[in-house]
Design a binder for this molecule. Structure first.
Ligand code: AQP
Length: 331
């Protein structure tokens, strides 16, 4: 069977949360064995909100090390930094010309981020989904493994691909989102109806991939739940449902199994068990990331060869696009 092409990315816009891990990176590891995968560090997306340059550079390398520490094998896939492959920006420009302002205005993330960063509603923030469409379409991706929050952006990438193909002739493969059953939606520990987000100002709302055991356990102890003391999955119990989801994600059990395991137990014991399961899963990842970060030569080499591999694939698609739209490309 022919291998599928997969594209996915995470922004180096802060310390990663267990939401990014559960919704994205964890799944990439299994997927790399049967597919042709492009896994990027989306630093061009990250600057749509203000970043401290030195921090952005640091977060970029930390994220590369984290990908590998989580089990991404740079021999099996292209692991690279988005800005090192110029075709992302070049294709975005072309796609901008077939995307409507009204469509971008309606995007949930744009609306959320505009509220959150009211003093910096820049063109890039609005154009974020077009850059993401370019990311995906450049590699002719079949599948885009994402968390639930990014589904709308993959859908707009599909619309843009179909529109381009209709206008200029068959050019892009139309991608599908790949949303896993478990862990696709990890909520904030403080406001469990909102998603856990690495840019949340309340550090108690998130478990960061870098949190030590004491911190993890303390944050889970403080997690917002409710007062009825019943551990079960329910829309009326978003806090408890979220903790059950997290526990299931980090132990490899189903949420139903988790629910059974804690039936009749108290919230205190339950929160402690969730904290321990998460901290125990994070410890070896953190140790491996630290080891990798100490070897900058290795990391730089991995990113350079990843960029080269991505560049080759991206150049092919961009050249086809330029031909279709009538751009002069020399002889
Ligand atoms: N809470 C979450 N639950 C499940 N999946 C999640 N993802 C993010 N948060 C959750 C998935 O992580 C991948 C990378 O996300 P991103 O860094 O590109 O941007 P994001 O979705 O905007 O993530 P954050 O953490 O909320 O970042 P900031 O705060 O910088 O905007 C995606 O696959 C996403 O679905």
């Amino acid at each position: 069977m022919e291998k599928k092409i997969l594209y996915s990315a995470v922004q180096p816009s802060g310390n990663l949360t267990i939401g990014n891990y559960a919704g994205a990176i964890r799944n990439w590891v299994q997927l790399q064995n049967e597919n042709d995968c492009f896994y990027a560090i989306a630093n061009m997306h990250a600057i749509t909100v203000r970043q401290e340059p030195a921090e952005l550079r640091r977060h970029t390398l930390e994220l590369a090390a984290l990908y590998i520490a989580c089990g991404i094998d740079p021999e099996k896939c292209a692991l690279y930094v988005q800005s090192q492959v110029p075709q992302h920006a070049e294709l975005m420009w072309v796609l901008n010309t077939i995307t409507y302002v009204g469509e971008m205005n309606r995007m949930t993330q744009f609306k959320d981020k505009s509220q959150k960063h009211a003093d910096n509603i820049n063109m890039g923030l609005m154009d974020y989904p077009v850059l993401m469409a370019a990311d995906i379409l450049l590699y002719q991706a079949d599948l885009v493994p994402v968390g639930h929050d990014q589904k709308q952006h993959v859908e707009i990438a599909r619309d843009i691909a179909i529109r381009f193909n209709n206008r200029y002739g068959e050019t892009f493969r139309v991608p599908e989102p790949l949303i896993m059953k478990s862990g696709a939606k990890i909520a904030s520990l403080q406001e469990p109806t909102k998603k856990m987000s690495k840019s949340d100002e309340n550090i108690n709302a998130c478990i960061y991939m870098s949190d030590d055991k004491d911190t993890v356990i303390r944050k889970f102890k403080r997690a917002v739940t409710d007062s009825d003391n019943e551990i079960r999955i329910s829309d009326e119990k978003p806090g408890i449902t979220n903790l059950l989801t997290i526990y299931a994600t980090f132990t490899g059990k189903t949420v139903e199994e988790a629910e059974k395991e804690f039936a009749g137990k108290g919230y205190g014991d339950f929160k402690l068990a969730v904290g321990e399961a998460v901290a125990d899963a994070l410890a070896p990842i953190q140790a491996e990331q630290k080891k990798l970060l100490a070897d900058k030569t290795y990391l730089t080499g991995v990113l350079a060869s990843g960029a080269e591999r991505a560049y080759k694939a991206a150049r092919k698609t961009l050249s086809k696009v330029y031909r279709k739209v009538g751009f002069y490309q020399g002889e």
